[in-house]
Ligand binder design. Structure first.
Ligand SMILES: Nc1ncnc2c1ncn2[C@@H]1O[C@H](COP(=O)(O)OP(=O)(O)O)[C@@H](O)[C@H]1O
Ligand SMILES: [Mg+2]
Length: 343
């Protein structure tokens, strides 16, 4: 048997990094909406052996790519966010002022970004279905708050998504006016602001960023959705400024998964996407408690473990995932710490 080493070249890391980065421009966002990759066909051992070497390599390549790609599972966080978000969009449609919003908040790696981008995706696809002939619509805007952001930087992020070239002499009001103008014309109905924890209301810059977001939310007739790490424990929802947000926003908390039915079904769903020739069905569901202990119930760590082990299985020719091959995939730092603590 060939030994299973670490994933060469950070194949999975690269794919995951790419996936997150391109969403903050309109082109990248639109590409995300049209992505519907079809899974390659799984050949039997005999079929595979009969292929010429060049075609065997293509087969491997397609399956490596399949496992590197992220399959989004309709977890309760995703479903809850999509349902609550859609409800607010409807309720806000006729609101003249004081539109309501959503805050998705929890520890890092609990699926907040995935949940709000799925909401965005569903909103935009619905908008297209309702207005099949309309052009120039930008139903969803997605921005992330940069670390140590200033008000001008956050306004520039909005402009960047929309493809507005921010000219040097422009002051922040110029940028804001351009953004509000385009969003209004393009009927933007949903504004997603991610990485909100990068704002600290205890600094002057931080309060100005919060004020800019508030101003955007008053001027753009859209539903605002925020996501960030443990927002309810930061300064963002306290004080006079915070109270205004807290009073108008519904909080959706995200958590690591407890060991239970949803975890088990998550493992089963991920197992069902495997494309390995010698994989024995039920192997992973049989290891669901081990996987829970190892990952601390973090969906990102779980997905990374399973997909990493699948890639190893193809590269090594083993074509199956075992407890040992799962153990050989290095975990991210948080999950390693959790696993060590529970031993
Ligand atoms: N619904 C989901 N289906 C599949 N994988 C998910 C899902 N939600 C999260 N993940 C995995 O968890 C990782 C972290 O999710 P992300 O949304 O970036 O977390 P957060 O924004 O809370 O830090 C993702 O890269 C992905 O691998
Ligand atoms: Mg995130």
């Amino acid at each position: 048997m060939t030994s299973v080493g670490p994933i060469p070249g950070g194949f999975l890391e690269d794919a995951e990094e790419e996936a997150g980065q391109h969403l903050t421009t309109l082109d990248g966002w639109r590409q995300f909406l049209t992505e519907a990759p079809s899974a390659p066909r799984l050949r039997s051992e005999g079929e595979f052996a009969a292929l010429p070497v060049a075609e065997q390599e293509l087969d491997d390549e397609a399956r490596l790519d399949h496992h590197a790609r992220l399959l989004v599972v309709a977890t309760s966080t995703v479903r809850h966010t999509v349902t609550s978000g859609r409800r607010l969009v409807l309720l806000n449609r006729h609101a003249v002022s004081a539109r309501r919003g959503l805050i998705v908040s929890g520890p890092a790696g609990t699926g907040k970004t995935i949940a709000i981008t799925q909401l965005g995706r569903s909103h935009e696809l619905l908008d297209r279905a309702r207005q099949p002939h309309a052009t120039g619509r930008i139903p969803v805007l997605y921005v992330t708050v940069p670390p140590a952001a200033t008000a001008r930087m956050i306004a520039a992020e909005f402009a960047r998504f929309l493809g507005i070239p921010v000219r040097r002499p422009w002051n922040i009001t110029d940028i804001i006016e351009a953004v509000v103008g385009i969003c209004t014309d393009a009927r933007t109905g949903l504004v997603l602001v991610d990485e909100l924890h990068n704002i600290s209301l205890t600094t002057r810059h931080g309060s100005e960023v919060a004020d800019t977001l508030k101003y955007f939310s008053e001027r753009i007739p859209a539903t605002f959705v925020y996501a960030g790490i443990n927002i309810e424990r930061t300064t963002l929802l306290s004080g006079t400024r915070g109270a205004q947000i807290a009073g108008r926003f519904t909080l959706i908390p995200t958590h690591p998964f407890p060991y239970g039915p949803e975890w088990k079904s998550l493992v089963a769903t991920l197992e069902s996407t495997l494309m390995l020739r010698r994989q024995i069905p039920g192997t992973l569901t049989g290891l669901d408690r081990y996987l829970h202990e190892r990952t601390g119930g973090m969906i990102g760590a779980l997905s990374h473990q399973i997909r990493g082990a699948a890639i190893d299985a193809i590269l090594s020719g083993n074509e199956q995932i075992t407890r040992e091959s799962l153990a050989a995939v290095p975990l991210d730092y948080t999950a390693e710490k959790t696993a060590a603590a529970s031993q």
